[in-house]
Design a protein around this ligand. Structure first.
Ligand SMILES: Cc1cc2nc3c(=O)[nH]c(=O)nc-3n(C[C@H](O)[C@H](O)[C@H](O)COP(=O)(O)O)c2cc1C
Length: 352
């Protein structure tokens, strides 16, 4: 029987209502992005990677990443670091902040992170990686999950060697992005490794990498035996891809829909990051929303150069006047934003 993308599954005691996980993406996975992903059918959403050192030092910007809304649940907050005790302390803070799952980043390929012994480097040191999982699992009562690449070097099978050890140490689920760290985002994800990992462990495995359509998602679920698929780049400025994978829509959005979603996202981001930071943060999203043949290329360039977000909104509504009513409908349907469950001294959000 093929797995139904809309069926529920579990990570430990956490029930996840669909087989679609919205990927953690640094500089992208803000709360507005996660809320949007849920609206379009993601069963689980993730924060971007949060520095455990930043949390344990009480760095105000880092603490801002722990702003969690009630409507985001189930939510995984991802932390990175290399010291078991510091990771455990950070995980306790994540639990207190109201997350449902603590995810450990053993996949980041960026040198700034790997040179500290964190991220993908940990795949080459499964003993330390297992100690981190063990320390975090002992410190909190939430499920602990791990996200990995295949290894550091091209052709590496380090994730397959490490996977069972991480599960023995207490990991309740593993996500595999089967590219090497060296590959960054080039080439293709080799999901034959996902099939192998599923065979090796008795916890749910999530397949990450190149999931861009419902057909590909279903193929991965059927062929690898994974419990869920993760959607990353395909969802950037494109929640409709998540909707298509969820089976909730087939067609490309109209220009009015695109502008309405973009403006909704802009307004939510301003509330989250403040106007100044949101202005810079949003620039990359214009291309993502308006590209894909939806609007002529120079239009994006024009928006990026406008001085204020109010100017951007005005320009967007000028090219798609029907978006005003579409946006009002969307805003009317949204649940009230009900943020900040935590008791932490946060005055500024840490964002991307
Ligand atoms: C801009 C960007 C930022 C990312 N940041 C993170 C991160 O913070 N933590 C993480 O585990 N993976 C991160 N990833 C990797 C994604 O979660 C995902 O595994 C990868 O993009 C492959 O999936 P895709 O082909 O669906 O994009 C990032 C990817 C991108 C493109």
């Amino acid at each position: 029987m093929p797995v139904d993308i809309q069926s529920a599954w579990r990570i430990g005691s956490v029930e996840i209502p669909s087989r679609i996980v919205l990927a953690p993406m640094a500089g992208v996975s803000v709360q507005a992005f996660r809320r949007q992903g849920r609206r379009f059918g993601a069963g689980l959403v993730c924060s971007e990677m949060v520095s455990c050192a930043g949390l344990s030092h009480g760095n105000e910007r880092t603490l801002g990443y722990l702003r969690i809304g009630r409507d985001e649940t189930p939510l995984a907050v991802q932390i990175f670091g290399s010291e078991p005790a510091v990771m455990a302390e950070a995980a306790r803070m994540v639990e207190d902040a109201g997350a449902d799952i603590v995810d450990l980043n053993f996949g980041c390929p960026v040198r700034k992170v790997t040179k500290t012994g964190a991220g993908a480097t940990l795949l080459e040191d499964p003993e330390r990686a297992s100690r981190i999982v063990g320390a975090v699992a002992a410190a909190i009562s939430l499920p602990v999950t791990v996200k990995m690449r295949r290894g550091l070097a091209d052709g590496s099978r380090a994730a397959l060697a490490a996977g069972p050890q991480l599960v023995d140490a207490g990991a309740a689920s593993l996500t595999l992005h089967p590219r090497s760290a060296r590959q960054m985002y080039t080439g293709t994800a080799d999901h034959s490794l996902t099939t192998e990992l599923v065979e090796l462990v008795d916890v749910p495995v999530v397949a990450s990498g190149d999931v861009t359509s419902r057909a590909r998602a279903q193929e991965l679920l059927d062929e690898t035996g994974c419990a869920a698929v993760m959607v990353g780049r395909a969802a950037q400025g494109n929640p409709w891809a998540v909707g298509e994978i969820a089976g909730e829509r087939e067609n490309e959005p109209s220009r009015e829909e695109v502008v309405a979603e973009l403006v909704l996202f802009m307004r939510a981001t301003v509330r989250e990051l403040d106007e100044r930071r949101a202005t810079g943060f949003l620039k990359k999203f214009y291309g993502w929303y308006l590209g894909r043949g939806r609007f002529p290329k120079p239009f994006k360039q024009e928006l990026v150069q406008l001085p204020t977000l109010a100017d951007v909104e005005e320009r967007l509504f000028a090219v798609a006047p029907g978006a005003v009513a579409a946006l009002a409908r969307l805003e009317g349907e949204l649940p009230a934003e009900d943020d900040v469950l935590l008791d932490l001294p946060i005055s500024v959000y840490g964002g991307g």
